[in-house]
Design a binder for this molecule. Structure first.
Ligand SMILES: *Cc1c(COP(=O)(O)O)cnc(C)c1O
Length: 417
């Protein structure tokens, strides 16, 4: 895995050069394009914008509508679109091991859309190639999967099926998987979308693709595998040697990665990627006024989002990013060592920065003091800590010392807590 680190000056210059290659509302006669020229009373050119590359793109407001790995797209904004293509290349080829130009994708509004886009591609594939009715298609996932799978299934009229996991290690229960698959088959389901997670939101757990697919193959021949790496995509591939949830595994057809989680980019930076030959199934032929046609769910989208991701990737370079991730894992390791010493029960995937503590071992008051997130606020069984970039050792130490005190008073006076 390698991409270069650029100096702030080179970064700035590259972004301004890209903007220069876009259409310029100030210097050209643009009569037909409905692209939004931002309100000049509010957003006028200020001197400081010359220094601020990202803000300049935001104010220039290029539209990245369409899918630029597939077609050239609207040539009005080809400068900044090239940088989006570079973001997709880094995500697909460098981080997720895709073959050179062997994928299509786009910077989506978020992980939710990217997950829905994947279901949409596969539903249409099954409909077109197998004449499948929506009622014959199911999407199957672990109970720890992100709730956006339900949104997609609801919109697309396909059946969502949640598989139980083992409480302690969050692994998919293969007996439950097998039983659900049999029931689905008996109920007329013939086509499956298998939604696996690389880093679930609550636990950071990663599904074992082989274990799941071995069972699936006993019952179904038609399936596609989508990997939801919305949370894990910018950490797990840097911290784990396992590659079974990347494009290096021929079973994996598509991936969701969020920039606005671990990459620390602004909201609006989900990434959808799929192997070549699939995005065509969501081509909207009727989008005839969009040069290059449209394949995405969202339509118009700001080029500034792609630029934000590109700038973050390039200011760190692959080495810098790996180091940053290692720093977060070190803090997480330290936290886990102390929890072990205290005998606190928790779940943690060693390649992730999420530590999820069982609710018996921490009071709700303390969890709330540190803004831990519950699996379920009505009846919490788990509370999670995520060591993201804003978390430092001191915060962790304060938390640990409060937890220690709380546990000691519990031993002295069991009625107290
Ligand atoms: C956050 C998250 C999503 C949804 O992403 P949005 O960007 O909020 O739409 C999907 N899957 C996982 C695993 C997530 O953590």
């Amino acid at each position: 895995m390698h991409w270069p680190k650029l100096s702030p000056e080179t970064l700035r210059q590259t972004v301004f050069d890209a903007l220069d290659k876009n259409l310029n509302y100030s210097s050209e006669s643009i009569l037909g394009l409905p692209g939004t020229f931002l309100d000049r009373k509010q957003f006028h050119d200020s001197d400081f914008l010359k220094e601020a590359a990202f803000l300049s793109v935001l104010v220039n407001n290029p539209n990245h509508i369409g899918c630029h790995t597939y077609t050239e797209g609207e040539n009005y904004f080809s400068g900044t679109q090239k940088l989006e293509i570079d973001v997709l290349r880094i995500c697909a080829e460098e981080i997720f091991g895709a073959e050179k130009s062997g994928y299509d994708g786009y910077v989506a509004p978020g992980g939710t859309e990217a997950n829905i886009q994947a279901q949409w591609v596969y539903r249409n594939y099954f409909a077109k190639n197998h004449n499948a009715k929506p009622s014959e298609i199911a999407v199957i996932f672990s109970e720890d999967a992100h709730y956006s799978v339900y949104k997609g299934a609801n919109l697309l009229g396909i059946t969502p099926v949640s598989v139980k996991v083992n409480f302690d290690d969050r692994k998919i229960l293969l007996e439950d998987l097998e039983q659900k698959l049999k029931e689905l088959y008996d109920n007329g389901i013939r086509y499956l979308i298998i939604h696996l997670s690389m880093g679930t939101t609550m636990f950071g757990s990663a599904d074992n693709s082989k274990a799941v697919l071995d069972v699936v193959k006993k019952h179904f021949t038609h399936y596609f595998v989508h990997v939801d790496a919305a949370f894990g995509g910018f950490i797990y591939p840097f911290s784990s040697d396992k590659r079974d949830l990347t494009f290096e595994n021929p079973e994996i057809s598509s991936v969701t990665i969020d920039g606005h989680k671990m990459l620390q980019s602004p909201y609006g930076t989900g990434v959808f990627l799929c192997r070549k030959g699939l995005i065509e199934y969501t081509q909207t032929e009727e989008a005839s006024y969009v040069y290059g046609s449209d394949f995405t769910l969202c339509g118009s989208r700001s080029g500034a989002n792609a630029i934000a991701m590109w700038m973050i990737l390039m200011i760190h370079g692959s080495e810098g990013w790996s180091k940053l991730i290692q720093g977060l894992l070190d803090i997480t390791n330290h936290l886990c060592n102390d929890l072990d010493e205290m005998g606190v029960k928790y779940y943690r995937n060693p390649s992730m920065n999420i530590v999820t503590i069982v609710s018996e071992d921490i009071s709700e008051n303390l969890a709330k003091k540190y803004h831990l997130v519950a699996d379920n606020y009505q009846d919490p069984k788990w509370w999670k800590i995520v060591t993201m970039a804003h978390v430092n050792q001191e915060m962790i130490d304060n938390f640990l010392s409060d937890l220690k005190n709380e546990r000691q008073s519990k031993i002295v006076n069991p009625e107290l807590v």
